[in-house]
Design a protein around this ligand. Structure first.
Ligand code: SF4
Ligand code: SF4
Length: 217
């Protein structure tokens, strides 16, 4: 039940349309950035950048390849961030029963530094980020306002390659399994990340750990 996104990483060209569309819909400002050796920009998620296309150069089966990873909140079925938020207060992160979206409540921008850090550490994917001076909890909310009104999330709407697909969870899971069969003809090690645990299902061409490099400090 609820909604889901399928993200076929073998179709992602790293155009960053989804990253920009997220900023536009959320009316989020740009931020100072720096070159970390690739076109990835900025280096990491932040309170102002809720969706980020990661670029990594990796050796895959003896060949050098660019791997692109449009990162966002996975909207877990059983979200540890919500449990951590409940432990530090109420109405900070909410779980919508109809769509499955995990979205920041009205109190989220007021969460103080220690509590914001506790919530960040609860997330297995390191998604929620603090705002200015460490205060607040900010993350993708599945475009809760849009999907509650029958619209696509802005990232999915912007994707020109068919890498991102949004829909009813059952249909998306079926599509992901179907697409995996096709992709395995080219990439025999391809697999689906965390099926059954999250609502954003990535199709990885290779080991998911190769898609992510810590930002260079
Ligand atoms: Fe919460 Fe992290 Fe899961 Fe998103 S990915 S719902 S922030 S635990
Ligand atoms: Fe990749 Fe689609 Fe995002 Fe472009 S819009 S970076 S193709 S997921």
């Amino acid at each position: 039940m609820g909604k889901a996104i399928f993200a076929d990483l073998t179709r992602c060209t790293a155009c960053r349309g989804c990253q920009i569309a997220c900023k536009q819909w959320k009316n989020l400002p740009g931020e100072e950035t720096r070159n970390t050796g690739s076109h990835q920009n900025p280096p990491d998620l932040s309170g102002k950048t809720l969706r980020l296309v990661r670029f990594t150069e990796a050796r895959v089966d003896g060949k050098l390849e660019w791997l692109f990873f449009p990162e966002q909140c996975r909207h877990c079925y059983s979200p540890p961030c919500v449990r951590a938020a409940e432990d530090v207060g109420s109405d900070i992160l909410l779980h919508d029963a109809a769509t499955g979206a995990i979205y920041p409540g009205r109190a989220a921008p007021l969460v103080q530094k220690d509590d914001a850090q506790t919530i960040r550490e609860a997330c297995p994917y390191d998604i929620p980020r603090p705002g200015e001076k460490g205060v607040g909890v900010f993350k993708c909310d599945f475009c809760f306002d849009r999907i509650s009104n029958g619209m696509l999330p802005s990232c999915v709407l912007s994707c020109p390659t068919g890498s991102l697909v949004f829909g009813e969870e059952e249909e998306i899971v079926a599509l992901a399994k179907e697409r995996l069969k096709e992709v395995r003809k080219r990439f025999p090690k391809a697999y689906l990340g965390d099926p059954g645990g999250v609502r954003v299902i990535y199709l990885y061409q290779t080991d998911h750990r190769l898609y992510y490099q810590d930002p260079i400090e």
